[in-house]
Design a protein around this ligand. Structure first.
Ligand code: IMP
Length: 199
């Protein structure tokens, strides 16, 4: 059994990864299992830098392979805001959504995308990063109760429902997180095949 730690204490993210990692050779832990983890300052200037900072910190602290995702919402008409500041845009999810909708009052171009970058760290080093996205639009009012964060106002391309109105299976088939995860999982699979060939 291989252990891997996801560098987050966000229970929603942990749950989405548990559903994505359908592999009984892997046991997923998270920072919820390491309550004394001192935390880390996300002071990078990109999703990639922040994902790398978090993965490295967790890998060093927990002394096992770790991965982190840094993700957020980029709104075209707001020049990519809230972007890497998505989690810090306002104190609570409700206030973040309210602020976003207020900033988009009168805006007809509602295009947006969710971005997720996954960084993998092993033996105190970031070995690679993987980016996924999902394009869509911002609705005019929150709808739905599933998911988390900006899900109630994000309508993925080709859908009429928000992420928060989709089931977790539906979201996990198309989300930015699922798309980044597919790339990361292929990379890990290839690495494991190379290791097996060496023996
Ligand atoms: P992080 O934990 O620093 O990566 O912050 C990501 C923030 O972006 C979250 O707190 C949410 O506000 C937002 N976000 C990222 N992924 C999603 C998603 O799948 N649904 C809704 N909001 C998301």
């Amino acid at each position: 059994m291989a252990f891997i730690v996801i560098a987050t204490a966000n229970a929603h993210k942990v749950q989405e990864y548990r559903e994505l990692i359908q592999d009984n050779r892997v046991e997923l832990k998270s920072l919820l299992d390491y309550p004394a983890f001192p935390g880390v300052e996300e002071n990078g200037s990109s999703f990639k830098e922040n994902a790398s900072i978090k993965a490295l910190a967790a890998c060093k602290y927990c002394d096992v392979p770790a991965f982190a995702d840094d993700s957020g919402l980029e709104v075209m008409a707001l020049n990519g805001e809230p972007g890497i500041y998505s989690a810090r845009y306002a104190p609570t999810s409700e206030e973040r959504i309210a602020k976003l909708l207020k900033n988009m009052e009168g805006v007809t171009d509602r295009r947006a995308r969710f971005v997720c970058v996954i960084a993998i760290a092993v033996n105190g080093e970031v070995i690679d990063t993987f980016e996924g996205e999902i394009r869509g639009t911002i609705g005019f009012e929150p709808k739905g109760t599933n998911g988390f964060g900006y899900d109630p106002v994000f309508i993925p391309e080709g859908e009429t429902r928000t992420f928060a109105e989709l089931s977790s299976e539906e979201k996990n088939r198309i989300s930015h997180r699922a798309n980044a995860f597919k790339k990361a999982a292929e990379f890990v699979e290839d690495q494991m095949n190379c290791l097996n060939e060496d023996f």
